[in-house]
Design a protein around this ligand. Structure first.
Ligand code: CA
Length: 218
């Protein structure tokens, strides 16, 4: 799951970014609203956490613009003022949920899980192929009915492959879905994670097509 965080407060932004990474989300942090539109156009995010009180372009303007652009991703608003007017205004402008500062990080995580689950339209969130099952919301993996614990990057790569089960996914796409901006991507990283996943799920679980990418057969 990849989250875009827009927060101008350096201290809060830094701690949210760190907490989200610990929780195994890939997260990109913007300090202002202006670059949001370009970021959403360039990268497939699963969710936006948007501070209302931003310098220059307000969070509300950002929200209206992205809904006008038909961006459907769930949006969780953060606000310093817990007023009914703010809340109604935010929901009317197309926000999916609303959290007033200060908040407990556990509450933020609970709201995120609820929004991500709602995004999957009440279906079971489990992705399945080749005896592997993965729940991207509750972050569980099962193989032949055993629960497995994966690292954040193993999980992220497996999730992308399962979402595209039966189709080849390029290495670039796997890197993009796994790393945040500014993180160093080593040239053989994807190969390393693929080989770890093959150790867990068996050598035939993931196919390689040279120059094209990887796939989990249906
Ligand atoms: Ca702010």
């Amino acid at each position: 799951m990849r989250i875009l965080l827009v927060e101008d407060d350096a201290q809060l932004g830094e701690s949210l970014e760190a907490a989200l990474r610990m929780e195994q989300y890939a997260v990109d942090w913007l300090r202002s609203g202006e670059p949001v539109r370009a970021a959403l156009a360039a990268t497939p995010y699963d969710l936006l956490i948007l501070d209302l009180g931003l310098p220059e372009v307000s969070g509300m303007q950002v929200l209206r613009q992205l809904r006008a652009d038909k961006q459907q991703l769930p949006v969780l608003l953060l606000t310093a003022r817990n007023t009914v007017a703010d809340k109604v205004g935010g929901l009317d402008a197309g926000a999916d949920d609303f959290l007033a500062k200060p908040f407990e990080i556990a509450e933020l995580f609970a709201r995120l899980r609820a929004l991500l689950r709602r995004g999957s339209e009440h279906k079971s969130t489990w992705l399945q192929a080749g005896g592997i099952a993965l729940d991207p919301v509750d972050r569980q993996v099962r193989f032949e009915n055993r629960a497995l614990t994966l690292t954040a990057r193993e999980f992220a790569i497996l999730e992308i492959l399962l979402r595209h089960a039966g189709r080849f996914v390029s290495r670039a796409r796997l890197e993009e879905g796994t790393y945040s901006w500014g993180e160093e991507v080593e040239s053989n990283t994807v190969e390393v994670y693929i080989s770890r996943l093959r150790k867990l799920f068996g050598p035939a679980a993931i196919e390689t097509l040279r120059g094209v990418g990887y796939r989990i057969p249906r």
